[in-house]
Design a protein around this ligand. Structure first.
Ligand SMILES: [Zn+2]
Length: 460
């Protein structure tokens, strides 16, 4: 392959470079504009409706309880009625589109939070990708439709679960209904799951099957408690959402891939951190005045969520949650004590805020599913003591690929600071030291859709 050499500015804003091509090699082709807003994504984001999200939340709360072991025979109350309604609603709004709606069901045996064998049913809506080279690449977005009371085994008491997690369920339903009317290269999976409060049972079942079936889940997002902009001290903060992103798993043994990350200082460049970087960039590009606050942890203390079974299966997975939780409105029996209202009630949900979080999801999912796959087999040459950095990678297969972009940042920075489009090649050299910067390689299509970055492993 031809070797492209170029000089580059150290940080963002200093990209103006003179490509110094070796004799007889072509100059680097013009870069697609990767910073422009895609009209299709703007349209999708504009279509996300706070009013429809409100209607979904109110309907979900109307089932009185959605506890995983609650009644399944009633048409008006309990988790059975709730899931039949979710499925029917997705089928209704997906009519005339390629959206495929199905149950994903299994029987969970007795465990710490399951007192009798219980059918756990996920409602899964799949929008198949339209590009042959990309349709096997999946992006999953989830919310959990089960709810709980103070006693996690209470399957009959009223448990509205308006914020936890009708908000996330409603967001996923709205995303499915809006995005089904658009076309994407890769496949989108919109999932409302059960059994979260009883031990992440629905999500774990799906994630395990995905790994067993060798599915290429290139990214997963759970939306859990995304409904309130009000902190427990009354402050309103409707200008940001937290995005929890794991570094490397806290396992006793390290996989070879994880060891390689740690050995080169790459623990902030795990698959989930790369996905979080991309989500922040795309979410903030399309939802103006709204911040995606990446929290460099897998979740909050004492808590977990449906991204965790995906992380355990080795997939990139992230959690969206409101910025300031009010614990008197989570996992609490409905009651009033000393004039204070406890319980997860609809009146504490801010539907405009929930819609903004849904828009961040929509922009990110659309950009991922329109873009090429992240480059594979990315390596940095380390066989010689030189001060510039040569990266190599495997060619992507998408027919609309324009080329590759190298991104970099200082080792203490969280987001990319510099970039260079290098054309449709599989090797390029940057005039920056691999000792002083973290690099990534992204694939770019002709419309300027850019992939998540891949961290280079050392190549000796
Ligand atoms: Zn939850």
């Amino acid at each position: 392959m031809p070797r492209f050499r170029f000089t580059a500015g150290l940080i963002a804003g200093l990209f103006a470079t003179s490509a110094i091509a070796a004799p007889a090699t072509p100059a680097t082709p013009a870069a697609p504009d990767v910073s422009r807003r895609q009209p299709q994504i703007d349209k999708i984001v504009a279509e996300i409706s706070a009013k429809r999200i409100e209607n979904y939340v109110r309907k979900l709360v109307s089932f009185e309880t959605r506890h995983t072991m609650s009644d399944t025979s009633s048409e008006t109350t309990g988790i059975g009625a709730a899931r039949r309604w979710i499925k029917a609603e997705l089928e209704r709004c997906g009519a005339g589109t390629p959206l495929q709606v199905a149950y994903d069901s299994h029987i969970s045996p007795v465990s710490a939070r399951i007192s009798r064998p219980t059918e756990i049913v996920n409602v899964v809506a799949t929008l198949p990708g339209t590009q042959d080279a990309s349709k096997e690449r999946l992006y999953v977005v989830s919310g959990h439709y089960d709810s709980r009371n103070t006693d996690v085994m209470d399957a009959t008491g009223k448990s509205p679960g308006a914020n936890d997690d009708a908000s996330g369920t409603a967001a996923v339903m709205e995303l499915a209904c809006v995005m089904a009317k658009h076309k994407f290269d890769a496949t989108l999976v919109f999932m409302t799951v059960a059994g979260e409060e009883q031990g992440l049972l629905g999500a774990a079942h799906w994630a395990k099957q995905a790994r067993a079936g060798n599915l290429n889940v290139a990214g997963m997002f759970t939306n859990d408690i995304i409904g309130s902009s009000r902190a427990d001290d009354g402050r309103i903060d409707d200008k940001q959402v937290r995005l929890f992103a794991q570094s490397i798993p806290a396992t006793k043994e390290m996989s070879d891939a994880v060891r390689q990350l740690v050995a080169t200082g790459g623990e902030n460049d795990s698959l989930s951190r790369q996905l979080a970087r991309h989500t922040k960039e795309q979410g903030e590009r399309y939802v103006k005045g709204f911040k995606v606050s990446v929290i460099q942890r897998h979740d909050r203390y004492l808590r977990g969520g449906d991204h965790m079974p995906f992380l355990e299966q080795g997939y990139a997975a992230l959690r969206f949650t409101e910025p300031n939780e009010d614990f008197s409105h989570q996992h609490q029996n409905l009651r009033t004590e000393n004039g204070k209202v406890y319980g997860d009630l609809t009146e504490f949900v801010d539907f405009d805020y929930t819609a903004r979080v849904a828009k961040v999801n929509a922009a990110t999912l659309a950009s991922l599913a329109l873009a090429p796959a992240a480059p594979q087999q990315v390596k940095v040459r380390t066989d010689q003591l030189v001060n510039d950095s040569t990266l190599v990678w495997q060619a992507n297969a998408e027919p609309d690929l324009a080329g590759y972009r190298i991104v970099w940042r200082e080792t203490t920075a969280s987001g990319w600071q510099g970039s260079k489009f290098v054309g449709n090649v599989t090797e390029a050299t940057v005039k920056l030291s691999k000792d002083n910067y973290f690099f990534g390689v992204q694939a770019v299509d002709k419309d300027g859709n850019v992939s998540v970055a891949t961290y280079p492993a050392p190549l000796r």
